[in-house]
Ligand binder design. Structure first.
Ligand code: LLP
Length: 410
């Protein structure tokens, strides 16, 4: 059985590329995140190919996966980076990427973060309010006086077709500025002499089920830019969806690229994909701790939880769960739960799975995006190890946290 180009059963063992995942976790323990660099490169290549006719520049959204080896691999194939905090900028620079390849975004950048970004020489700042422009202008003067290249983030007042927590383009959302505020700024660019406004940015949401809202929002964006022909760059953010379920299909990137191509004639395009590059390149491996039958249910307690992967608890997100060793026999409807003291700590409800026993290992698929980056120490759980696989090599990219890490700052 093949899950994608990197993860498949071979001789009844779940493999990442050619490697047996059970052998890896035998050494590193569970829970463990495992990423395939080959898939990450392939996904990046697929997007660059799809958007090549639009001359697009891709900035990987670091919030999806900030692992240093992942960042290094993406930098090596020519990706830029979308960062939303001083911490993400720091990680990208630590990974060896050039500051000019960074877009600094975010609804509430502190002055310290803006100063750090400007001093580092990031390529772009995506500004989301007028107060921020005043800070940037002043900080640019304090640094070297050079103009900072800025994109203004438009809130297009369009509701995206996605989970409400991931929709960012409706008027009531905290993100961006409305068209009339942006118009006001574009009318008087000289008000900020150390800022060069060169782009309109927009991101209406993540895991976008179709392209309708993007196109509607783009119409609004283009109605704005047509009056200011010196704006030559448009940044459409991220949002490209991935399939989380077996048999699910999502719009392909080339479909969006084709719909954009005639609309964006004469503009340079920037994109900030996160999920579409890393989600299916990663999985989370866990071990079965206990099995109990209760209230007519089969409850399987594994050693991963909402602390390691919060998406099911937070968004009701679905991640397919499969055993590391293919098992024969009847399946049973199973509740896969974690050890955390919250009823929301259910990683998979009503799953048809073979009868799992303590010690059996399972993989939660499509966990390479917003998995480890959203992991926490809730219930004082040390965060898991991250393993990176590259061809027939694998290594521990980030070690498992230890108990003493939990009191590091006390
Ligand atoms: N650009 C901006 C301005 C964003 O806010 C985001 C995601 C992206 C790019 C990348 O979006 P992507 O290509 O990954 O859809 N934690 C949620 C997703 C939150 C996304 C936040 N912003 C999840 O686990 O699904």
């Amino acid at each position: 059985m093949v899950f994608n180009a990197s993860f498949r059963y071979l001789d009844s063992c779940l493999r990442v590329d050619k490697l047996d995942i059970e052998t890896i976790v035998h050494e590193v323990g569970t829970p463990a995140y495992v990423y395939s660099l080959a898939t990450i490169r392939r996904n990046f290549h697929r997007l660059t190919t799809a958007f090549a006719p639009l001359n697009a520049r891709l900035h990987f959204s670091v919030k999806a996966n900030g692992n240093l080896d992942v960042l290094r691999a993406l930098s090596a194939v020519g990706a830029g980076f979308d960062c939303v905090s001083g911490g993400e900028i720091y990680r990208v620079l630590q990974a060896g990427a050039a500051a000019e390849d960074i877009v600094f975004a975010g609804v509430g950048k502190t002055r310290a973060e803006l100063a750090y970004a400007i001093k580092s020489g990031v390529g772009w700042i995506n500004a989301e309010n007028i107060g921020e422009l005043a800070h940037i202008n002043r900080l640019a003067g304090d640094t070297n006086g050079e103009a900072v290249r800025v994109a203004l983030r438009l809130n297009p007042e369009v509701t995206a077709h996605t989970h409400p927590y991931m929709a960012t383009g409706h008027g009531a959302a905290k993100f961006g500025m409305t068209a009339d505020v942006i118009r006001g700024l574009l009318e008087r660019p000289e008000a900020y002499p150390r800022i060069r406004i060169a782009c309109i940015h927009m991101h209406i949401g993540s895991q976008l089920g179709n392209t309708n809202a993007t196109l509607a929002a783009l119409e609004k964006l283009l109605a704005l830019t047509k009056d200011y022909p010196w704006i030559k760059t448009i940044n459409l953010g991220g949002g490209l969806p991935v399939a989380y379920r077996f048999n699910e299909t999502v719009p392909a990137p080339d479909q969006l690229a084709e719909q954009l191509s005639h609309r964006l004639q004469g503009y340079d395009l920037l994109l900030e994909p996160g999920r579409a590059i890393v989600a299916d390149a990663g999985l989370l491996v866990a071990e079965t701790l206990y099995v109990k039958r209760q209230a007519g249910q089969t409850i399987v307690v594994i050693d991963a939880s909402m602390s390691e992967l919060i998406r099911p608890a937070l968004y009701g997100a679905h991640h397919e769960i499969v055993p590391l060793r293919q098992m024969e026999g009847d399946t049973v409807t199973t509740q896969i739960v974690g050890p955390v003291c919250e009823s929301a700590d259910v990683l998979g409800a009503d799953r048809e799975l073979p009868q799992l026993e303590p010690g059996d290992k399972v993989a939660l698929l499509t966990a390479g995006a917003y998995g480890m980056t959203m992991a926490s120490n809730y219930n004082a759980r040390p965060r898991p190890v991250e393993v990176v696989v590259d061809g027939d090599r694998w290594w521990v990219s980030r070690r498992r946290e230890t108990l003493s890490d939990l009191t590091l700052f006390e």
